[in-house]
Design a binder for this molecule. Structure first.
Ligand code: GLU
Length: 496
């Protein structure tokens, strides 16, 4: 098998998007699976919208996910590495200019002097006739003399590529045979603006050719661009790479996942405490299936099984619940040290935001892991789950304290009695097993449902209705704090 070279070519016009991360992952997986080369190139020719901040966000995000590339910027601690540097398109302008000259010399492209007013009038008249937009070809057959006249009038020509006639066909690795009549491409298209800036269709092909890309793996939203790219590869005298168009990522209602409607920035997922292993695992399942019952797989395991030709054609629905489930599974697989390290920034954020009042020690966190590790859907959920451990006083009111099936008086009596029982459990044996039987006996003796009593205690000592198991929670709080919080709840409820 010839050596495969694939690339991810993000435009730094926004933060790292779920779709870009998925495309990067599939390129990475293919390259690693076949022992090929994975290249990263930044397509920053949209100068108005590209920023260095977005570039950094994208590169940082891809590094964070662990999708290391072999050639491109920021490889192995070097600013750039690879035989085809530079890897930013704005630093490669001479190569586009040279390719443009070749096309012009071969009459495969021509200068177009149409003004925007002319083009706008063409568009409007085609629209009036209900025809799709198409360049009318006004400048396609100008004589050298006519071109000179226009240049003398001070007009600067854009460069238009001649699309010709016929059908462009290719065998997409995911979608199978694709055939598109050149007549549907909208006519000759601009590849270099009048001010000299090269446009996407052109730069992408010049670079894919220069970087000897053998497989273009990208989102299905680019499918309609591919015939133009194939024509350009041919015009430039380059072998046409193979294409694999990955299915769109859809919202649960099957609409296209867009920045406006859905959370699409990888940063937001990182900030909520999704772990890289889970994001990579989940992204791999957007368009590909493991082929077995096993869904929780590491990047090396996925790499081993991944097969580009098994990628699905149909849209991939983004299912947040499934992502959370996978995240929870990965959180369970982390070692204690690793989990503590990863939780710390989230706990610090809770501290900074004033949701908790002090940081727990590593030892305290370690002792909590048996009860929290399997209950965290995300790292960011730590505060909601056990933040009550790290505040001096709870903010509880009467309405919260009274369980649904109980009234004020019962709750007061229940908490007072529970306090007695818990106070009898000595400090040295303050363990879950020591507390549950006497509290159950208390409920039975008074004719209360144990669940109601436990709920009243839970709310009194944690300020919330959902927590890790009650008795583990009491142990984590410690005897003194449990008693103090019960006293406080009793005070809140006591008639003044
Ligand atoms: N810069 C393009 C994008 O971000 C890359 C397109 C391609 O992969 O050919 O969508």
């Amino acid at each position: 098998m010839a050596h495969h070279r694939v690339r991810i070519a993000p435009s730094p016009t926004g933060p790292l998007h779920i779709g870009t991360a998925r495309t990067a992952l599939f390129n990475y997986l293919h390259a690693r699976h076949v022992g090929g080369t994975f290249i990263l190139r930044l397509e920053d020719t949209d100068v108005a919208r590209s920023t260095l901040e977005f570039e950094k966000d994208i590169l940082d995000g891809l590094h964070w996910l662990g999708l290391e590339w072999d050639e491109g910027p920021e490889v192995a601690g070097e600013p750039a590495r690879g035989p085809h540097a530079p890897y930013r398109q704005m630093e490669r302008l001479p190569s586009y200019a040279a390719a443009a000259q070749r096309l012009l010399a071969d009459d495969l492209a021509y200068p177009c002097y149409c003004t925007s007013a002319e083009l706008e009038a063409d568009r409007a008249s085609r629209e009036a006739e209900r025809l799709p937009p198409r360049y009318v070809g006004r400048c396609a057959a100008l004589t050298p003399e006519e071109r000179r006249t226009r240049e003398r009038d001070g007009r600067r020509g854009a460069l238009r590529f001649r699309v010709g006639e016929g059908v462009v066909a290719f065998d997409d690795i995911v979608r199978g045979r694709v055939e598109i009549d050149v007549a549907n491409l909208g006519g000759d298209f601009v590849i270099v603006r009048a001010d000299g800036t090269p446009l996407y269709h052109f730069t992408v092909v010049v670079d894919d050719a220069a970087m000897e890309i053998t497989h273009v793996i990208r989102g299905e939203d680019h499918l309609s661009n591919t015939p133009k790219h194939i024509l350009l590869f041919q015009a430039l005298g380059h072998a046409v790479p193979r294409f694999a168009h990955l299915p769109l990522i859809l919202n649960p209602d099957r609409s296209k996942m867009s920045k406006r409607k859905s959370q699409t920035a990888i940063d937001d997922y990182i900030a909520q405490g999704f772990v890289r292993e889970a994001l990579v695992n989940y992204l791999a399942l957007l368009g590909w299936a493991t082929g077995t019952e096993e869904e929780i797989l590491s990047l090396p395991e996925i790499t081993e099984r991944f097969d580009l030709s098994q990628v699905h054609k149909g849209g991939a629905i983004f299912d947040r619940e499934r992502l959370e489930w996978i995240n929870g599974q990965w959180i369970r697989r982390l070692s204690a040290d690793e989990l503590i390290d990863r939780l710390r920034p989230f706990i610090e954020a809770d501290l900074v935001a004033g949701r908790i009042e002090w940081m727990p020690s590593d030892d305290e966190l370690r002792s909590l892991l048996p009860v929290i590790q399997e209950r965290l859907p995300t790292l960011g959920a730590i505060g909601d789950l056990v933040g009550f451990l790290w505040v001096a006083e709870l903010d509880v009111d009467t309405a919260m304290l009274i369980p649904k099936r109980w009234d004020h008086a019962t709750t007061l009596a229940g908490l007072e009695a529970a306090r007695e029982v818990i106070a009898d459990v000595r400090d040295v044996v303050f363990e879950a097993d020591e507390m549950e039987p006497p509290l159950r006996a208390l409920a039975e003796a008074r004719g209360w449902k144990a669940g109601d009593l436990f709920m009243a205690i839970r709310v009194a000592v944690t300020g919330r209705t959902a927590t890790p198991p009650l008795f583990d929670t009491l142990v984590a709080l410690g005897r003194d704090r449990v008693l103090a919080r019960l006293d406080h709840a009793v005070e809140v409820l006591a008639p003044s």
